[in-house]
Design a protein around this ligand. Sequence first.
Ligand code: ATP
Ligand code: MN
Length: 462
Amino acid sequence: MKRTKIIDLFRPELLGKEVCVMGWVRTRRGNKHVQFVALNDGSTVKNVQIVFDMAQFTDEQLKPITTGAAIKVDGTLVESMGKGQSVEIQAGALEIFGTADPETYPLQKKGHTLEFLREKAHLRPRTNTFGAILRVRSALAFAIHKFFQERGFFYLNTPLITASDCEGAGAMFQVTTLDLNNLPKNEDGKVDYSADFFGKSTALTVSGQLEGELGATALGAIYTFGPTFRAENSNTPRHLSEFWMIEPEVAFFDITDNMDLAEDFIKYCIRYALDNCRDDIDFLAEHYDNELVDRLKFVLDNEFVRLSYTDGVRILEESKHKFEFPVYWGADLQSEHERYLVEEHFKKPVILTDYPKEIKAFYMKLNDDNKTVRAMDVLFPKIGEIIGGSEREENYDKLSARIEELDIPMKDMWWYLDTRRFGTVPHAGFGLGFERLVLFVTGMTNIRDVIPFPRTPNNAEF
Ligand code: ATP
Ligand code: MN
């Protein structure tokens, strides 16, 4: 018989029919007359209850059905008398695919802590919690493509291995095939990268933006969606060493267009998750964060506050709140500052704009005051910065002056500068950290819990 996924069992026309389900056992309980097995196959957070009439089965047959075992059941789909489920399966035939020894299978029925599950990241997708998170993550990835494709953006794949270390977004992981125990050296004692695989020093990308700009100034509007790597040693609940980033880039866009796009985009993704992942979100809300659904709806129902960095800093300076890090004009805002503006002061998502040029990247468009750049950071409750973006400097002279000022090696930048040398246009874009979006939508508090296999300092297990 053809397998039915558990998510499809709730269709009314299946009631009374023979079905076949396959999945992993969550629990088994019962007595000598009847046994109940809760089965999950990953298609939904809901388990299906399978009822074994012990007049038809032997104890010996059911003995291998322990938490974690994989089984196949053929049976009749019937209405359920028990509470918490609408249908159940009256078992006819049982096949065991694989047992899971209760002595050693780490995921026993009771709720494990998220910390414990991080140590078991190879098996945690089998828990209800991680099933829910991973399904939401998948739906959000689809929503992201849908949003941009519906609006005529093209999906551009930018390189993961790069030779330009001038993006300035964070420390990079080197990529090399040189023998680290026997490095070729120059006369001056430095590593001779001309002997390396690419004939120069290379690293994993921290952002696809620079190449994204090449795409946008040809195709008009592009987005990237791929992995990025940052070797920053920041052990926080919001940073990963390997994370996924979405970077739209649009020709003829100014910073206001960019803010509108960011706000529409993020609201679209949240709405998509609420409309398509409601069971999973409700499960996460019930178990981890009972304000989750309200918070998601709140973001949808409110316009984001837009204000300048200068005004934001003034609000922070005038507040009575005791901050750990000092705040003054020119300071890079810390998460505590961002969250104060969002959670305490405005009680809404905030887009901060026009930051001092010293604390932002070289490619951002300089304002007429010569002090600030057209940057925009979107700040979210619980998360802090979720998006960072800007209008880009399209003027060749101003951009090269900035590159010189910051001592960025020009020879590595010739191809980027060509966008400004030939047919330059105003353009803008931003980067959304995918895991920060998944954090927000699932209500999780640690970024290690929203990516299947987190990479963080001292952790590259699984
Ligand atoms: P932060 O100040 O939080 O470290 P950033 O200023 O370094 O962020 P950008 O370089 O602007 O961030 O990157 C764009 C987006 O990528 C950020 O808004 C954030 O959502 C996400 N992001 C940045 N660094 C990380 C990281 N290490 N792990 C996960 N997401 C990240
Ligand atoms: Mn950072």
